[in-house]
Design a protein around this ligand. Structure first.
Ligand code: ADP
Ligand code: MG
Length: 306
């Protein structure tokens, strides 16, 4: 076996193992380089006995060339990826078409009313707003499609981050006269995460909560320490999301808002689950909605954090 190549050393090792445990061992899609070319095999190692089933005589090794099957499977995965990419491109194009055609319309009106200063100012303001909206959409799409760059994880107090975000959005909370409450298990709750990415998550969730809360409604943010995780939840008063909608919440471009991009929650999911190995989910409550972020609890809690 050894003479056949280094890959066969492993097979030899497993042949001995099969003899030791006296049971058949199977491997599927086992990669072997044959003359510089990659081939895949289903490998079966079967112990065989002498006639009266008393003595183990050796093993039978069968190699089944399944390279064809493996490459078909690879091709199918590639096609699926391409299809998903195509779908994404179609949605992006659709998302950008509206503000662009709005812009076109207002530029025409601006031309017609060039000598009416009042109309001019109004149209210019609308155009400015639409450009800002386009810029936001493009930024969110970039944020969503970006390959996870090397993330700079640090230890920090998640409560401080929430406070920073609150200050950013305080004005909107006041405008709607929302009663904002914050509850925590401890003043300092250390997480090991990328500060700016987690800040993006909390901004997106709190922004959604503020938008969904009726005037004079309530928002409750909680940070909890569990056995093996840190849990941040953002609850807001409002109409509970129905089951059918709930299934689509984290899908890119799903939105029920006239000017929404539907990328906020998709970005949150990517950051929390792909980048931080945590979990994010939605729960409907009797009179509102709760979004929960779970982060792995850091193993060592450094004595002092920022
Ligand atoms: N706190 C919330 N209460 C009710 N619905 C929400 C809440 N957060 C998100 N949603 C729903 O999920 C959709 C997607 O949210 P998101 O991905 O942030 O995109 P966007 O805010 O641009 O619509 C929203 O359009 C809304 O229908
Ligand atoms: Mg949003």
């Amino acid at each position: 076996l050894r003479a056949l190549g280094p890959e066969f050393e492993d097979i030899e090792e497993m042949a001995f193992q099969a003899m030791r445990i006296k049971e058949e061992i199977t491997l599927s899609n086992y990669l072997i380089q044959v003359g510089g070319r990659e081939r895949y095999y289903d490998v079966k190692i079967t112990p065989f006995w002498d006639a009266d089933k008393l003595m183990l005589r050796g093993v039978i090794i069968t190699l089944d060339d399944v390279t064809e099957r493996v490459s078909l499977e690879k091709e199918r995965k590639k096609q699926e990826k391409l299809a998903a990419l195509g779908e994404m491109a179609a949605r992006v194009a659709h998302e950008l078409r509206n503000p662009i055609s709005v812009l076109g319309g207002f530029i025409k009106r601006l031309e017609k009313n060039a000598d009416n200063p009042e109309a001019r100012e109004r149209y210019i303001n609308i155009i400015k707003d639409e450009i800002l909206r386009l810029e936001n959409i493009v930024n969110e799409i970039l944020d969503f499609s970006r390959e996870p760059r090397s993330l700079e994880f640090t230890y920090f107090n998640i409560n401080k981050l929430i406070n920073d975000v609150y200050i950013l959005l305080e004005e909107k909370v006041r405008e709607k006269n929302i009663l904002f409450n914050f509850e925590t298990d401890a003043e300092e709750i250390t997480v090991y995460a990328e500060y700016s990415r987690m800040k993006q998550v909390i901004i997106n969730l709190l922004q959604n909560a503020i938008e969904a809360t009726p005037k004079d409604g309530k928002i409750l943010v909680e940070t909890r320490i569990k056995l093996d995780k840190i849990v941040v939840s953002i609850w807001n008063e409002g109409t509970p999301i129905d089951k059918e909608t709930a299934e689509k919440l984290f899908t890119p471009f799903f939105t029920t808002k006239v000017h929404g991009t539907g990328l906020g929650l998709a970005i949150c999911k990517k950051i929390v689950e792909d980048e931080h190995k945590g979990k994010i989910y939605h729960e409907s409550t009797e009179d509102g909605n709760k979004f929960v972020v779970e982060l792995p609890k850091p193993e060592v809690q450094p004595s002092s954090v920022e």
